[in-house]
Design a protein around this ligand. Structure first.
Ligand code: MSP
Length: 506
């Protein structure tokens, strides 16, 4: 039976250029998409840009261009970032596309037809920066809990009967607690719902940049209803019978930042219930990065530019660092010292040197290296750990524990380094050439397995490694990490260092 997996990033606001936070979410999704493809899933990986709303309208006004011109320019930045990060997305959605306008309006129709929309008027606080409504009781010193300024809004508005979903959501989450992760976010969502759900204003009349409400063009849809609908648009909604819709809606994972959990884990599931659609399988909320201990903000001027990072450290190292340094789900701090430490320790010392030592000995000292017939207990122990990687690492990736998945891979790399020191193949060269060959073979085979498993994290570097080992492209999925597909012969090409040390300029 075909196994399907649908993975989405939030769609990014086009009011500014991308920064490290955007790169982080997209990257995490890319690792999941690549991992699922390597384990036999048909994957749909969606990212894109959120182009409507007051925030974008205001930014365009300031720049003296139309909102669409503005959105097109900034959407291109996000598309370029995805390419630069080597993201394997299958689609890039822009909410200004016709397909999306149609899907969002169809969703509105459905909610209305099912009796969950009514016309009223809104009087309350709104934050343009967060594009969110706040209760008086939620304000902290006159500001949104995020610190964003709020303004008083009074206007006619359509409402969604969110209050009707308080109990259904509580029941659903009690039965499917794994839907929201990590646990701390699950608890946060539950206490928010238990605090009582009020009906939600879902249209605005005081500005124009958005999708018109069907049959009442004075109103435009609340940007979050519009934005969330993107996840449906990309798989063919409203055609619920389309193959993409049938395949992918049943198994969707949304990765989001912790700041937008409420939209994804309260509003969105309520909209879906109201539309008669099933709920996401998983909503994972990751933490936020700070920069050298400080909150990242444009006004402080400490925004981390992902392009600059890649220029300095290289894409493989950036991808590795972001997912290794901080447990996914927790907040973390970016620092150049930590980055350089990871490059020089994990990548250069542990993995790069291992490959270099082993490959150059094979190149210099082995006149033909084939799979040995007999192995010692030490050889077998190392290989068995390598062959266990798909299961061990897969278990962690199934719960989005990227840092643990990498730790497991580095355990095997550490074992391989200890093994090479203990077996000392350079000494065996003089005493027992056959044994030396067996040891080197065992190491190359272990490196093959680690290389296959690391592909989702560092696709470029691992492609180079696997090319060096002459592994055919159709033998690179995780089912090949087994003894049955062990290398028969080891190529004897001259190696090039895979992860050079990072030397800081004086
Ligand atoms: N447009 C909405 C999402 C709509 S999804 C239907 C939005 N866009 S955003 O551009 O403001 O943010 C996108 C993502 O970037 C969020 O998941 C947010 O958590 C993440 N990050 C923004 N700053 C961040 C850090 N400093 N660190 C990590 N991620 C951060 O919200």
């Amino acid at each position: 039976m075909q196994k399907n997996y649908y993975i989405t990033t939030p769609i990014y606001y086009v009011n500014d250029v991308p920064h490290i936070g955007h790169a982080y979410t997209t990257l995490a999704c890319d690792v999941l998409a690549r991992y699922k493809r390597l384990t036999g899933y048909t994957v749909k990986f969606l990212t894109g840009t959120d182009e409507h709303g007051q925030k974008v309208e205001q930014s365009a006004q300031k720049a003296g261009v139309t909102p669409l011109e503005y959105a097109t320019k900034y959407s291109a930045h996000f598309q370029r970032l995805a390419k630069t990060l080597n993201i394997s997305n299958d689609d890039f959605i822009r909410t200004t596309e016709t397909r999306h306008k149609q899907a969002a309006q169809a969703l509105w129709h459905k909610l209305e037809a099912n009796g969950f929309i009514y016309l009223g008027s809104y009087a309350g606080w709104y934050s343009v920066r967060d594009e969110a409504f706040y209760q008086e009781s939620e304000l902290v010193n006159g500001k949104a809990p995020s610190g964003a300024p709020v303004e008083w809004v009074e206007e006619p508005s359509y409402f969604f009967k969110l209050s009707a979903f308080e109990q259904p959501l509580l029941d659903y989450y009690a039965e499917h607690p794994e839907t929201i992760a990590p646990k701390s976010r699950y608890n946060e969502v539950l206490s928010f719902i238990k605090g009582g759900l009020k009906d939600l204003s879902i249209s605005r009349t005081s500005f124009a940049w958005g999708i018109p409400v069907p049959n009442n063009e004075k109103h435009i849809m609340y940007v979050w209803l519009d934005a969330l609908a993107n996840y449906l648009t990309a798989i063919g909604y409203p055609d619920e019978q389309s193959p993409d819709f049938k395949n992918f809606w049943e198994n969707v994972t949304h990765v989001v930042g912790k700041d937008i959990v409420r939209f994804h884990a309260v509003y969105w599931p309520a909209f879906l219930m109201a539309a008669g659609l099933n709920l996401p399988k998983r909503i994972y909320a990751h933490g936020w990065w700070t920069n050298e201990g400080q909150k990242i903000s444009k006004s402080v001027g400490n925004v981390i530019d992902p392009y600059a990072l890649i220029d300095t450290y290289g894409l493989n190292a950036v991808r590795y660092f972001l997912l290794r340094e901080v447990p996914f789900g927790q907040d973390g701090d970016f620092s150049h010292t930590a980055m350089i430490r990871r490059i020089n320790t994990d990548l250069s010392n542990d993995l790069g040197n291992l490959c270099q030592r082993v490959f150059s000995q094979v190149f210099k000292n082995c006149n033909g290296l084939t799979r040995p017939e007999t192995l010692t207990a030490e050889d077998t122990a190392l290989l068995e750990k390598a062959y266990a990687l798909p299961e061990v690492v897969g278990k962690e990736l199934e719960v989005q524990a990227f840092h643990k998945a990498l730790e497991e891979i580095w355990n095997v790399i550490g074992d391989a380094n200890r093994y090479v020191d203990a077996q000392a193949p350079w000494a065996l060269k003089k005493t027992d050439v056959e044994r030396m060959k067996t040891v080197l073979y065992t190491l190359v085979e272990t490196i093959r397995c680690a290389g296959l498993i690391l592909q989702p994290f560092m696709p470029d570097a691992m492609a180079e490694l696997l090319d060096f080992l002459h592994i055919p492209h159709d033998q690179r999925d995780w089912t090949f990490v087994v003894a049955g597909h062990a290398l028969q012969t080891v190529p004897l090409d001259e190696p090039k260092p895979l992860f050079p040390r990072f030397v800081e300029e004086a």
